[in-house]
Design a protein around this ligand. Structure first.
Ligand code: CA
Length: 234
């Protein structure tokens, strides 16, 4: 499963930029623009990491961080605090309040992504394996590359995400609707037949000649990575 990240940031362009880039890295991202709303959301479900702005309407990032640390469910939740330049002394307060890391605005997106990855790796090493492998297929998340039996498999971004999603949960059958949610995101309206088109493209790219088709079509249900394939080719 890909890691879930909650971004709490009231500057909408920044929140969108972070969301876009973190989703491109394969994370599941939600955004909230108020501290009090984030507090409510975090009582309902706990993500794998929070990117938390310092200055927020409703409830400050500092206060929210302090509250999260007092609750058992979020005591060890990885938190990266975003602070504005010139708040250096405040930053120390931020860490004292319990944030794991902080990034000073303005920051570069790759820098934040690197911090996110590092923090997730420390907190849950299994969640961010850089290379997934299944049977003779290897998928490198960092390099955005896929190979089969050593041969490079060129994939479009959607096919890549689709394969990544399936490889994270081999053997499990997903309906077209679940694949749409997982790969395209639940807020996008796309016809379910689009899934078939992209599965078709993924198959075409993966399978050459007599190679075994790793994707199983389950009539009336959806698609899965064939677990027999994982066993036979491994
Ligand atoms: Ca702010």
């Amino acid at each position: 499963m890909s890691a879930r990240i909650l971004i709490v940031e009231d500057e909408e362009p920044l929140a969108l930029l972070l969301r876009y880039n973190l989703e491109a890295e394969g994370y599941e991202v939600q955004t909230v623009d108020r501290g009090d709303d984030a507090d409510t959301r975090l009582r309902e479900e706990t993500p794998d990491l929070v990117v938390l702005d310092w200055m927020l309407p409703g409830l400050s990032g500092i206060e929210l961080c302090r509250r999260l640390r007092t609750r058992p469910e979020t005591k060890t939740l990885p938190i990266i605090m975003l602070t504005a330049r010139g708040e250096e002394s405040e930053r120390i307060r931020g860490l004292a309040t319990g944030a794991d890391d902080y990034v000073v605005k303005p920051f570069s997106v790759p820098e934040l992504i690197a911090r996110v990855r590092a923090l997730l790796r420390r907190s849950s090493p299994g969640r961010v394996a850089d290379v997934l492998s299944y049977g003779d297929i290897e998928l490198d998340r960092e390099k955005k590359r896929v190979s089969r039996a050593g041969r490079e498999v060129p994939l479009g971004p959607t096919e890549f995400k689709l394969l990544e999603f399936l490889m994270e949960r081999p053997g499990r059958v997903f309906s077209r609707e679940q694949l749409l949610d997982g790969v395209w995101g639940s807020e996008v309206y796309i016809d379910e037949r689009t899934v078939d088109v992209h599965v078709g493209r993924l198959r075409k790219a993966l399978n050459r000649g007599r190679e075994i088709d790793p994707i199983r079509t389950v009539r009336g249900a959806g698609y899965a990575l064939d677990d027999r394939f994982g066993r036979s080719a491994a």
